[in-house]
Ligand binder design. Sequence first.
Ligand SMILES: Cc1ncc(COP(=O)(O)O)c(C=O)c1O
Length: 409
Amino acid sequence: MALKRSALEAAGKRYREEGISRRVRGIAVSAIKEMPLLARDIPGCVSLGQGIPSFPTPEHIVEAVCRHLREASWTGKYTLGPGLPALRRAFAAALDRERGLHVDPESEICITVGAMEGLCAAILTVVDSGDEVLLPSPNYASHIEQVLLAEGRPVFFPLRPLDWQLDLKALREKISPRTKALVLCHPHNPTGAVFPEEAVRAVAEIALEHGFFVICDETYDFLTYDGRSYFSLLAVPELRRQVIGVFSFSKKYAMTGWRVGAVVADREILDHVMKVHDAAAICAPTPSQVAALAALEGPQDCVAQFRDILQSRRDRLCSRLDRMAPHISYVKPQGAYYVMVKIPPDLGDSMTVALRLLKEARVITIPGAAFGPGGEGHVRLSFGGTEEELDEAMDRLELWISQRVDIRR
Ligand SMILES: Cc1ncc(COP(=O)(O)O)c(C=O)c1O
């Protein structure tokens, strides 16, 4: 009996440790999602962690979904793989109106389960085992895991730490014959940088010269501050056959929980992305597609309102951070709703500081190391929360920092 049990235990151990695929053993749940999980055991935490805007989904979107669920039985069923035709048409019209991008709704758009599934499908579509994928460092943590899931090799090129802008020389230095793709997100998570048109055009030239794919994460395309303009690699016509755009409804329409996004690519690429999408999701959830359609067809003033409120939250947070100088420093975000805060090195590495902030100050932050080597020495703060949450979190952070700095003296 004892022998039998130990044999079973050994088999179980082998199953746990060896039965799991190499691909999956090589990835982790990103710290962005890990920190809130850790926080569940610590009562009274305030979050500057995950990028969830505080706004409720606008009423007209909720209303449209409720109405459809009651009145149209197809709302509870699968849609075609690429998504509701009306939604694809409305999305193409919005891209044309807002961005001057001309996209065929029939063959160049696939509605996905958030930008996340779109990114994963795009990366799996172009990355083979051993392919190198260029990622700015720091960079959105999930891009790294998605490249690893595709058995690609993330190759980091540092952003300039003084302003988090693109360093084209550093990018060029990392290109090799195995370079297959670049994943670029801007407005940038985690730094809030917005890359100027000349820099984006220079990246397009490099991509054309070397023939690698560019996956553009457009999650924050609507969110630049101080009237700053936004220019995307998708707007470079010469690049059209090697660019995949990934969009999100999550932040623009306060729909993080609905899980809707879209992939936009040349038909020949999209046909392949669609195969991954079909294998992974069949289609995006139909009620959520109805919500996305209502978002696109409804009044757009909510988007401008969100932007204005987030800009004032950025200013509120930055003025609180200014009070903590010179102990901490940061680069003022130009878009998205994140700021990377540089922490005194003697407080520990970014993971240590994020864990201490969680346990000692009950503030959720994200360790900079989660965003690649360029993020070490920082914690990322999100200012998507309400003014009350931001104030409370900053009170706690300021107190914590002042006590640590006093102790050092
Ligand atoms: C840069 C970036 N890309 C993608 C996503 C995921 O977006 P979605 O909710 O549409 O899956 C996020 C979410 O925070 C993000 O910050």
